[in-house]
Design a protein around this ligand. Structure first.
Ligand code: ADP
Ligand code: MG
Length: 224
Protein backbone atom coordinates (compact mmCIF):
# COMPACT_ATOMS: atom_id res chain seq x y z
CA UNK A 1 0.00 0.00 0.00
CA UNK A 2 1.41 3.40 -0.88
CA UNK A 3 1.12 6.12 1.70
CA UNK A 4 -0.36 9.45 0.59
CA UNK A 5 1.84 12.54 0.79
CA UNK A 6 -0.41 13.92 3.51
CA UNK A 7 -2.84 11.76 5.36
CA UNK A 8 -5.23 12.30 8.25
CA UNK A 9 -6.81 9.14 9.63
CA UNK A 10 -9.65 9.17 12.15
CA UNK A 11 -8.74 12.64 13.36
CA UNK A 12 -10.93 14.15 16.06
CA UNK A 13 -10.37 17.26 18.15
CA UNK A 14 -12.63 17.67 21.12
CA UNK A 15 -13.05 20.35 23.75
CA UNK A 16 -14.62 20.02 27.17
CA UNK A 17 -17.05 22.81 27.94
CA UNK A 18 -19.55 22.98 30.82
CA UNK A 19 -19.24 19.26 31.43
CA UNK A 20 -20.00 18.36 27.80
CA UNK A 21 -17.69 17.28 25.00
CA UNK A 22 -17.70 19.36 21.84
CA UNK A 23 -16.12 18.01 18.67
CA UNK A 24 -14.45 20.70 16.58
CA UNK A 25 -13.35 17.85 14.27
CA UNK A 26 -14.91 14.40 14.21
CA UNK A 27 -13.40 11.34 12.53
CA UNK A 28 -11.74 13.18 9.67
CA UNK A 29 -10.10 11.05 6.98
CA UNK A 30 -8.28 13.01 4.32
CA UNK A 31 -5.57 12.14 1.82
CA UNK A 32 -3.68 14.80 -0.10
CA UNK A 33 -1.16 14.07 -2.83
CA UNK A 34 2.03 15.95 -3.63
CA UNK A 35 1.26 18.91 -5.87
CA UNK A 36 -2.42 19.14 -4.87
CA UNK A 37 -3.97 22.55 -4.20
CA UNK A 38 -6.75 21.79 -1.73
CA UNK A 39 -9.33 24.39 -0.75
CA UNK A 40 -11.08 23.72 2.56
CA UNK A 41 -14.44 25.46 2.72
CA UNK A 42 -17.25 25.56 5.25
CA UNK A 43 -19.16 27.89 7.50
CA UNK A 44 -17.58 29.78 10.34
CA UNK A 45 -17.01 27.35 13.22
CA UNK A 46 -16.99 24.24 10.99
CA UNK A 47 -13.44 23.31 12.04
CA UNK A 48 -11.36 24.68 9.15
CA UNK A 49 -8.71 26.42 11.24
CA UNK A 50 -8.59 23.47 13.63
CA UNK A 51 -7.84 21.16 10.69
CA UNK A 52 -5.10 23.46 9.41
CA UNK A 53 -3.58 23.81 12.88
CA UNK A 54 -3.50 20.03 13.25
CA UNK A 55 -1.71 19.75 9.89
CA UNK A 56 0.94 22.23 11.05
CA UNK A 57 1.27 20.72 14.51
CA UNK A 58 0.15 23.95 16.17
CA UNK A 59 -2.72 21.88 17.59
CA UNK A 60 -2.83 18.16 18.28
CA UNK A 61 -5.63 15.72 17.55
CA UNK A 62 -7.53 14.20 20.49
CA UNK A 63 -7.66 11.02 18.43
CA UNK A 64 -6.26 9.81 15.15
CA UNK A 65 -3.05 10.20 13.20
CA UNK A 66 -1.51 12.84 10.96
CA UNK A 67 1.26 12.10 8.49
CA UNK A 68 2.96 14.77 6.39
CA UNK A 69 5.68 13.83 3.89
CA UNK A 70 6.69 10.76 5.87
CA UNK A 71 6.57 12.37 9.32
CA UNK A 72 4.07 11.12 11.91
CA UNK A 73 3.24 14.63 13.11
CA UNK A 74 0.97 13.70 16.02
CA UNK A 75 3.78 11.65 17.57
CA UNK A 76 6.42 14.41 17.72
CA UNK A 77 7.52 15.92 21.02
CA UNK A 78 7.16 19.69 21.45
CA UNK A 79 10.79 20.39 20.55
CA UNK A 80 10.72 17.99 17.58
CA UNK A 81 7.48 19.65 16.52
CA UNK A 82 8.82 23.20 16.32
CA UNK A 83 11.93 22.03 14.46
CA UNK A 84 9.81 20.00 12.05
CA UNK A 85 7.36 22.86 11.51
CA UNK A 86 10.16 25.29 10.71
CA UNK A 87 11.58 22.92 8.12
CA UNK A 88 8.53 21.33 6.56
CA UNK A 89 5.65 23.77 6.78
CA UNK A 90 5.05 27.31 5.52
CA UNK A 91 2.07 29.16 6.98
CA UNK A 92 0.18 32.18 5.63
CA UNK A 93 -2.40 34.04 7.69
CA UNK A 94 -5.34 36.32 6.97
CA UNK A 95 -3.66 39.31 8.62
CA UNK A 96 -0.20 38.59 7.13
CA UNK A 97 1.53 38.65 10.53
CA UNK A 98 4.79 40.11 9.31
CA UNK A 99 7.03 41.41 12.09
CA UNK A 100 6.43 45.18 12.01
CA UNK A 101 9.96 46.26 12.95
CA UNK A 102 11.69 44.16 10.27
CA UNK A 103 11.93 44.97 6.57
CA UNK A 104 10.32 42.65 4.03
CA UNK A 105 13.70 41.09 3.28
CA UNK A 106 14.44 40.54 6.98
CA UNK A 107 11.00 38.99 7.50
CA UNK A 108 11.73 36.49 4.72
CA UNK A 109 15.21 35.69 6.05
CA UNK A 110 13.94 34.97 9.57
CA UNK A 111 12.72 31.39 8.98
CA UNK A 112 16.00 30.65 7.18
CA UNK A 113 17.91 31.82 10.26
CA UNK A 114 15.71 29.57 12.39
CA UNK A 115 16.11 26.47 10.19
CA UNK A 116 19.81 27.15 9.59
CA UNK A 117 19.80 25.13 6.38
CA UNK A 118 21.61 27.63 4.14
CA UNK A 119 24.87 29.44 4.84
CA UNK A 120 24.39 32.96 6.16
CA UNK A 121 25.56 34.68 2.97
CA UNK A 122 23.10 32.75 0.81
CA UNK A 123 20.01 33.67 2.82
CA UNK A 124 19.84 37.20 1.58
CA UNK A 125 20.22 36.07 -2.01
CA UNK A 126 17.48 33.48 -1.57
CA UNK A 127 15.16 36.02 0.03
CA UNK A 128 15.67 38.44 -2.86
CA UNK A 129 15.02 35.65 -5.37
CA UNK A 130 11.78 34.78 -3.57
CA UNK A 131 10.67 38.41 -3.67
CA UNK A 132 11.39 38.44 -7.38
CA UNK A 133 9.40 35.24 -7.88
CA UNK A 134 6.42 36.69 -5.99
CA UNK A 135 6.48 39.97 -7.86
CA UNK A 136 7.54 42.28 -5.01
CA UNK A 137 11.30 42.83 -5.47
CA UNK A 138 10.99 46.61 -5.16
CA UNK A 139 9.79 46.35 -1.58
CA UNK A 140 12.78 44.51 -0.11
CA UNK A 141 13.81 47.31 2.23
CA UNK A 142 10.37 48.53 3.25
CA UNK A 143 8.68 47.94 6.56
CA UNK A 144 5.31 46.14 6.36
CA UNK A 145 3.49 49.37 7.29
CA UNK A 146 4.76 50.95 4.05
CA UNK A 147 3.25 48.20 1.88
CA UNK A 148 -0.30 47.52 0.70
CA UNK A 149 -2.20 44.48 1.97
CA UNK A 150 -1.58 42.57 -1.25
CA UNK A 151 2.14 43.37 -1.14
CA UNK A 152 2.34 42.28 2.50
CA UNK A 153 0.61 39.02 1.67
CA UNK A 154 3.10 38.34 -1.15
CA UNK A 155 5.94 38.95 1.29
CA UNK A 156 4.23 36.65 3.80
CA UNK A 157 4.00 33.93 1.13
CA UNK A 158 7.69 34.45 0.30
CA UNK A 159 8.47 34.04 4.00
CA UNK A 160 6.36 30.87 4.11
CA UNK A 161 8.32 29.45 1.15
CA UNK A 162 11.73 30.40 2.58
CA UNK A 163 12.68 26.88 3.65
CA UNK A 164 11.13 25.11 0.66
CA UNK A 165 8.33 23.62 2.75
CA UNK A 166 6.72 20.27 1.94
CA UNK A 167 3.36 22.01 2.27
CA UNK A 168 2.13 25.59 2.19
CA UNK A 169 -0.79 26.16 4.56
CA UNK A 170 -2.97 29.25 4.25
CA UNK A 171 -5.83 30.28 6.55
CA UNK A 172 -8.15 32.72 4.74
CA UNK A 173 -5.23 34.29 2.84
CA UNK A 174 -7.56 36.48 0.77
CA UNK A 175 -9.88 37.37 3.66
CA UNK A 176 -8.40 40.79 4.25
CA UNK A 177 -7.82 41.81 0.61
CA UNK A 178 -9.97 43.69 -1.86
CA UNK A 179 -11.57 41.63 -4.60
CA UNK A 180 -9.04 42.29 -7.38
CA UNK A 181 -6.07 41.73 -5.08
CA UNK A 182 -7.68 38.55 -3.73
CA UNK A 183 -8.04 37.26 -7.28
CA UNK A 184 -4.39 37.92 -8.07
CA UNK A 185 -3.45 36.10 -4.85
CA UNK A 186 -5.44 33.04 -5.95
CA UNK A 187 -3.70 33.20 -9.33
CA UNK A 188 -0.35 33.40 -7.57
CA UNK A 189 -1.15 30.33 -5.44
CA UNK A 190 -2.28 28.49 -8.54
CA UNK A 191 1.03 29.33 -10.24
CA UNK A 192 2.97 28.03 -7.23
CA UNK A 193 0.94 24.85 -7.38
CA UNK A 194 1.78 24.37 -11.04
CA UNK A 195 5.42 24.78 -10.08
CA UNK A 196 4.94 21.77 -7.80
CA UNK A 197 4.08 23.34 -4.43
CA UNK A 198 1.55 21.39 -2.36
CA UNK A 199 -1.00 23.83 -0.89
CA UNK A 200 -3.83 23.52 1.62
CA UNK A 201 -5.92 26.67 1.91
CA UNK A 202 -8.88 27.49 4.11
CA UNK A 203 -11.14 29.97 2.40
CA UNK A 204 -14.53 31.63 2.17
CA UNK A 205 -13.68 32.87 -1.31
CA UNK A 206 -16.08 31.21 -3.76
CA UNK A 207 -13.61 31.87 -6.60
CA UNK A 208 -11.10 29.56 -4.94
CA UNK A 209 -12.95 26.61 -6.43
CA UNK A 210 -11.71 27.68 -9.85
CA UNK A 211 -8.08 27.65 -8.81
CA UNK A 212 -7.90 24.70 -6.42
CA UNK A 213 -7.37 21.17 -7.70
CA UNK A 214 -9.80 19.94 -5.09
CA UNK A 215 -12.41 21.36 -2.71
CA UNK A 216 -13.09 19.76 0.68
CA UNK A 217 -16.20 20.89 2.56
CA UNK A 218 -16.42 20.75 6.34
CA UNK A 219 -19.77 20.71 8.13
CA UNK A 220 -19.72 20.66 11.93
CA UNK A 221 -16.25 19.18 12.03
CA UNK A 222 -16.93 16.45 9.48
CA UNK A 223 -15.91 16.17 5.85
CA UNK A 224 -18.93 16.10 3.60
P1 ADP B 1 -13.45 27.77 11.50
O1 ADP B 1 -12.01 28.03 11.25
O2 ADP B 1 -14.09 26.85 10.50
O3 ADP B 1 -14.26 29.02 11.65
P2 ADP B 1 -12.50 26.67 14.01
O4 ADP B 1 -11.68 25.50 13.58
O5 ADP B 1 -11.77 27.90 14.41
O6 ADP B 1 -13.59 26.99 12.90
O7 ADP B 1 -13.40 26.24 15.24
C1 ADP B 1 -14.25 25.11 15.18
C2 ADP B 1 -15.05 25.03 16.45
O8 ADP B 1 -14.19 24.73 17.54
C3 ADP B 1 -15.75 26.34 16.79
O9 ADP B 1 -17.04 26.03 17.28
C4 ADP B 1 -14.88 26.91 17.88
O10 ADP B 1 -15.64 27.70 18.76
C5 ADP B 1 -14.34 25.68 18.57
N1 ADP B 1 -13.05 25.95 19.19
C6 ADP B 1 -11.92 26.31 18.53
N2 ADP B 1 -10.91 26.48 19.40
C7 ADP B 1 -11.41 26.23 20.64
C8 ADP B 1 -10.87 26.23 21.97
N3 ADP B 1 -9.58 26.52 22.19
N4 ADP B 1 -11.70 25.91 22.98
C9 ADP B 1 -12.99 25.59 22.76
N5 ADP B 1 -13.56 25.56 21.55
C10 ADP B 1 -12.78 25.88 20.50
MG1 MG C 1 -10.98 29.82 11.01
Amino acid sequence: MTQSFISLAGVSRSYQAAGATFNALADVHLKIEKGDFVAIVGQSGSGKSTLLNILSGIDRPSEGSVSVAGTEVHALSESQMSKWRGDAVGIVFQFFQLLPTLTALENIMLPMDFANRWPLRERRKRALALMERLGVPRHAHKLPSAMSGGEQQRVAIARALANEPEVLLADEPTGNLDSATAQSMLELLSTLRHEGQTIVMVTHDIRAQRYASRVVTLVDGRIQ
